[in-house]
Design a protein around this ligand. Sequence first.
Ligand code: NAD
Ligand code: LMR
Length: 338
Amino acid sequence: HPPNHQMEESSALRRADCRAKGGAPGFKVAILGAAGGIGQPLAMLMKMNPLVSVLHLYDVVNAPGVTADLSHMDTGAVARGFLGQPQLESALTGMDLVIIPAGVPRKPGMTRDDLFNINAGIVRTLCEGVAKCCPNAIVNLISNPVNSTVPIAAEVFKKAGTYDPKRLLGVTTLDVVRANTFVAEVLGLDPREVNVPVVGGHAGVTILPLLSQVKPPCTFTPEETEYLTNRIQNGGTEVVEAKAGAGSATLSMAYAAVKFADACLRGLRGDAGIVECAFVASQVTELPFFATKVRLGRTGAEEVYQLGPLNEYERVGLAKAKKELAESIQKGISFIKK
Ligand code: NAD
Ligand code: LMR
């Protein structure tokens, strides 16, 4: 039998409403690019997140199929699908959090900046929708090149008069996830016990792991520092090459995106002490955007932390990172301002 969508929808809404009245948080989350390599596992993990009451899945292809599939999972969140530009506004209306993994991924031999020409326009269109339909939502931007797409989103929001720097976050969690994994391997620890701050941006030398600030405290030989820094900076390329033309990181990225989105939702709920690295508007350096640890709260990135003490190796890395970042940020800003 075909499902009775009207009945399903109204009982689902009643449930979501009930939970909201009972004081249990139920956030409304949209994923834009939900049928993609990242989008699908990300949608599945968000469907399993108890903080989510409504999950909107938007894509220009296959959104109905992905939604039908996920909607059979017996978890609390209600999944609804939206296909193509005419449904973008319905997908976004009322959302608390919008996660954006829409756009093309790299193939071997490409840099993230090579994706700019296609992804910049996609991010602009989607952010225009956010500004119009859910201007108060928190935005988690995954589409590459993040170092440019976050400035693009900021300019779109400024133009629309809705820009709040606290609510726009470039997702760099995968760099931290990789750093924790690789450092744990070297130290012989459980990766869940390791925390490596990764600052700067999300491409090549702009990815700057602060190995001098690893928790638990530890020391590395110069060779270990060099090996770990290179591996963390090239983690994305390692996956692109292994996938040999079939795309870039999707599963580890979906895991990282959910880790970050869940932190944003716990912040929105009012939990104390939620700290994650993210690429945000920043006064930590002379650059207008920079990734550092931020404290997530009811209004988004409520506090942007300073870099803390750096060693000589990290100071050299920081100078290199800032040089490339400055160009990528300017490229994003010019795309909207031109
Ligand atoms: P993919 O091609 O598998 O999926 C992208 C999805 O976006 C597709 O389903 C496509 O239909 C959809 N899409 C394209 N244009 C759209 C539009 N205008 N509106 C809505 N959806 C649209 O790619 P993927 O592997 O999921 O990667 C997506 C993006 O995420 C890439 O740009 C990739 O470089 C980036 N990425 C970022 C990180 C990070 O750490 N921030 C990590 C991995 C990948
Ligand atoms: C990653 O770090 O895996 C992503 O940015 C995708 C890529 O192109 O490397």
